[in-house]
Design a protein around this ligand. Sequence first.
Ligand code: SF4
Length: 75
Amino acid sequence: MSTSAERAASGRTAPLAVDRVACSAHGVCAQLLTGVTLDEWGYPVVDEARVAAENDADAVARAVRLCPARALYRR
Ligand code: SF4
């Protein structure tokens, strides 16, 4: 796995990140975005490549806006 600095340098900056402390496992993000699945406790697992490739900027912005815990943010 590459660091965020490495991704930025290569132009592959992931569009989405999760504040794992704030996240309360509502699962809304997994319903709105392809490439986000939930682990066995309901917390999101983000496939950065799929999120970037399969969701447009509006979909990512909508998921950020609708996260009930304000735990999603764009990088
Ligand atoms: S919608 Fe927000 S609170 Fe719910 S699982 Fe996703 S990041 Fe966590």
